[in-house]
Design a protein around this ligand. Structure first.
Ligand code: HEM
Length: 187
């Protein structure tokens, strides 16, 4: 039986000497990374869909693809609190970099719970609602969307990039939707 990923629900400061990054694992599959400037202010953040795999006692492989197709492979050791980050940026500016660092838990903010009305409803365009309503997918109806089987169907369609047919959702938007599901489909 693989161990459950210990990062879930926790926030860490990863220190790679040349750079510091906040890693906030908001669910089993969702991570928000915040790169910090040298003065500790946030330089930018991104929410990604992660895969985690237990590869040795307390050691996890954590991987993801960012919106610009940069791939990141972490080896995170939760007993020694060490981290190796392997980052490959795509062509034409192809680069491969490896960083060794340490990570420590930081006090997490009060968990903000995503809601359908505040976070999910705004993701749908008038055109999405108009196309899908007659097909029985009521993207603008909180009661329909907050039903687990319906939310799962919508997730399957957007995560597989089947829907919307014209412009697939970027990974961070799919990750947000998944986070809303994982947090219990709050209206
Ligand atoms: C975020 C926006 C959208 C979501 C979440 C969504 C969701 C879905 C879902 C869950 C299905 C059921 C089949 C499946 O799971 O693949 C479906 C089917 C379908 N949708 Fe959408 N849809 C979206 C946007 C649109 C738009 C804008 C159009 C029209 C331009 C459209 C046209 C269709 C059609 C024709 C089908 C039936 C054919 C098929 O299964 O591929 N959808 N959609």
């Amino acid at each position: 039986m693989p161990d459950t990923f210990p990062g879930t629900g926790h926030k860490y400061l990863a220190d790679f000497q040349t750079s510091k990054v906040i890693l906030s694992f908001t669910s089993d599959t969702s991570l928000t990374t915040t790169v910090l400037n040298s003065d500790g202010s946030a330089a930018g953040n991104e929410t990604v869909v992660i895969k985690t795999e237990n590869i040795a006692p307390d050691v996890y492989l954590v991987t993801w693809v960012e919106s610009d197709n940069t791939t990141v492979v972490h080896i995170e050791d939760y007993s020694r609190n060490t981290i190796i980050s392997n980052i490959t940026t795509p062509a034409p500016k192809f680069s491969f970099n490896q960083f060794h660092g340490t990570f420590q838990p930081v006090e997490a903010d009060a968990p903000s719970t995503l809601t359908y009305s505040g976070d999910i409803r705004p993701l749908f365009r008038d055109m999405d609602i108009a196309c899908m309503g007659p097909r029985g997918k009521h993207l603008d109806d909180a009661a329909w969307m907050c039903t687990p089987a319906n939310a799962q169907r919508v997730f399957n369609a957007v995560s597989a990039h089947r829907m919307p047919p014209d412009t697939p959702w970027p990974p961070e938007r799919v990750a947000l939707f998944k986070q809303w599901i994982d947090q219990g489909l709050k209206p």
